[in-house]
Design a protein around this ligand. Sequence first.
Ligand code: SF4
Length: 238
Amino acid sequence: MAKSNIEWTEMTWNPTTGCNKISAGCKYCYAEVMAKRLKGMGLPKYKNGFKITLHEDTLSIPFTWKKPKMVFVNSMSDLFHKDIPISFIKKVFKTMNQNTQHIFQVLTKRSDRLTQISNKVKWTKNIWMGVTVENSIMLNRIEDLKSINAYLKFISCEPLIGPLSSLNLNGIDWVIVGGESGRSPRMMKKEWILEIQRTCDYYKTPFFFKQWGGRSKKKSGRLLDGKTYCEMPLNIAS
Ligand code: SF4
């Protein structure tokens, strides 16, 4: 577990590590770069680099947090990757189910496997389930998300690399937008962000603008027309 600099969460918990690229949004995967770096530094948890690895020993960690936390699950992996057995995914859910004092934010690009497994796990209210939608080719992930039984559903449009003109946010509780950062980031157009923001307004869906991204994400910041947008799902306190 680690404190996180990600603006929409407090900390990360990685019961699995490793992944492989599945769509355009993965091109400059931060987790891959970090996993290789941590392997190079000799961290035992990353001895397999970016190969899928299960960490049984981490399953009990959320029981040890004294105060309620908001936790991004698997910032270094994708919980619904095909090589993560259902039996292990169930264990991760069991930990989340037994720690309802914490909010667990799970984000996947494997929405097809999410739909296959959804009925085999228990969706307590503290599990926020999200899919990444980086461009309009990935809109089907939203339909997959809508079809499952999670109480709170969100989409993360990061890195936003194309317009999302026909977003239907019925049943979606939260939208995060962010640009790509790194050495050669793909450009995010302001008009794409504003269009998503207008759609959120229309559906009354909370809108969170994470960052502009770019080569120096600190420099480019997170102001949109002079304002920060950090809206969160309304039932956050329930
Ligand atoms: S799904 Fe996520 S963790 Fe996996 S390669 Fe893509 S960006 Fe990286």
